[in-house]
Design a protein around this ligand. Structure first.
Ligand SMILES: *[C@@H]1O[C@H](CO)[C@@H](O)[C@H](O)[C@H]1NC(C)=O
Ligand SMILES: *[C@@H]1O[C@H](CO)[C@@H](O)[C@H](O)[C@H]1NC(C)=O
Length: 413
């Protein structure tokens, strides 16, 4: 870490303010006396100096020369570069999250423990996780499921499809139905893609807007991508709320855990929004006096205030915490208190990592992707309700008893 901080500072021309790295010291690195020797490491086997972080000789072809600490000295070591790893008893580095040396249908995953220790970056072959159904593909690099033929985690101009190796691949075929000759990219159908605002990229590889589409917005006479802000005011999302047999229509709704205030915009609940300085937005979009003393958090399910860290209103192992889904720069300060793992079954860090990843939520102590079956019964999927709680709900187009709803109040961890 310190190495990178120092190199980065050097590139920015601020080296005067930082200490040189340990290997720049002649007593610790015999190469430090060479011109540009601070970029070199001593290789005892041939007594020569080699440039740091260079791939190949004296290292095996795919490894790079890295500094390592050895009894207070800096020594050179051959390691797989970041983003790659090696199988045990091998020195060949393979890219992570791709097939690499694995069997068809498997990918090369990092062995986490080995990354924490000094030395090797190790990998192993694993099978991708199962997504809720075949419309979804698993993307190993972030452990999430994305819709097939959507942009998903891919760069603009490419879409996610199943590769020849049975793994999700960001691709663009110039003879495919998603290809736009205008810029040589591929786009998901019904996304804006390369089209002007108000138009969508439609099957047939054309830009357009048709009034029968669920994406059609009557007031502006234009089409917008679903689940984006579309033509809506602040704090809204343009999405389908009711699936009807006569054709669904998207509309402007408040984002989840938001309420519409008198000014027509939606604000995150229990933030100030457009209210006076000693008020906050409550359900229904009303401004109410702050219910809590300074430093306390409001727990809506209990309609009471608690100090952060209090165990009382939460399930065993969890404590009251700041709402880490609220983004202060955008939403303002949140007075909302949530239950999050204390020192109990799950660690706070895991919960934060899970809920700060867009589209995932923790449920039953594990991190899952929203809108996939995950831990839910068949024909149900994992959603967040308007309280911000995670629960299983029937998928669109499915009704009980075909699927099972789970309405029990869940901690928001
Ligand atoms: C992934 O997509 C790229 C770009 O279209 C293509 O060249 C490559 O062959 C694909 N890989 C697999 C394994 O299908
Ligand atoms: C759609 O807009 C037109 C004119 O802009 C209006 O006359 C019509 O009532 C609207 N339809 C609906 C369903 O809102």
């Amino acid at each position: 870490m310190a190495v990178w901080v120092w190199l980065a500072a050097l590139l920015c021309g601020t080296q005067a303010a930082v200490l040189p790295p340990p290997w720049a010291d002649v007593r610790k690195n015999p190469c430090a006396s060479h011109p540009r020797g601070w970029l070199m490491l001593f290789w005892p086997n041939d007594g020569k100096c080699y440039t740091i972080y260079k791939k190949g000789h004296p290292c095996p072809e795919t490894q790079e020369l890295s500094p390592a600490r050895w009894g207070g000295r800096t020594v050179a070591e051959c390691k797989c570069p970041p983003g790659t790893a090696q199988l045990p008893h091998s020195t060949t580095c393979h890219k992570l999250f791709e097939r690499g040396p694995c069997r068809l249908g498997e990918y090369f995953a990092p062995v986490e423990e080995s990354f924490n220790k000094r030395g090797e970056r190790q990998g192993m072959c694993v099978r991708p996780q199962q997504c809720a159904d075949e419309t979804l593909l698993y993307w190993p690099a972030d452990g999430r499921c994305y819709y097939r033929l959507s942009q998903g985690p891919c760069y603009t101009g490419s879409i996610l499809d199943l590769g020849d190796d049975g793994l999700a691949n960001c691709t663009c075929a110039s003879d495919g139905p998603h290809y736009w000759a205008g810029d040589g990219g591929c786009y998901a159908h019904y996304s804006r893609g390369p089209c002007e605002k108000g138009q969508l990229f439609l099957p047939g590889a054309k830009c357009g807007c048709e009034s029968h589409l669920p994406h059609y917005h009557n007031d502006t006479g234009a089409c917008y991508e679903l689940d984006t802000i579309g033509p809506c005011p602040k704090g809204h999302v343009f999405s389908i709320s009711q699936v009807s047999p006569y054709g669904s229509k998207a509309e402007c709704k408040c984002k989840s855990f938001h309420a519409r205030a008198v000014d027509g915009a939606c604000y995150r609940l229990y933030t100030r929004g457009p209210c006076a300085h000693d008020e906050m937005i409550a359900r229904g979009g009303r401004c109410i006096k702050l219910p809590c003393a300074r430093g306390r958090l409001y727990v809506p399910e209990r309609r009471r205030c608690y100090r952060p860290g209090a165990a009382e209103p939460c399930p065993v192992g969890e404590v009251v915490a700041f709402d880490f889904e609220a983004r202060p720069a955008l939403d303002g300060l949140s007075h909302n208190g949530v239950c999050a793992c204390g020192s109990g079954v799950c660690t706070r860090r895991e919960v934060e990592a899970c809920s700060s990843r867009r589209g995932s939520a923790s449920y039953g102590g594990a991190c899952h992707t929203l809108h996939t079956q995950g831990p839910c019964p068949e024909y149900s999927w994992l959603v967040k309700d308007s309280y911000g709680s995670t629960k299983c709900q029937c998928r669109p187009g499915r009704l009980p008893p075909d699927c099972r709803e789970d309405t029990r109040l869940n901690s928001k961890s």
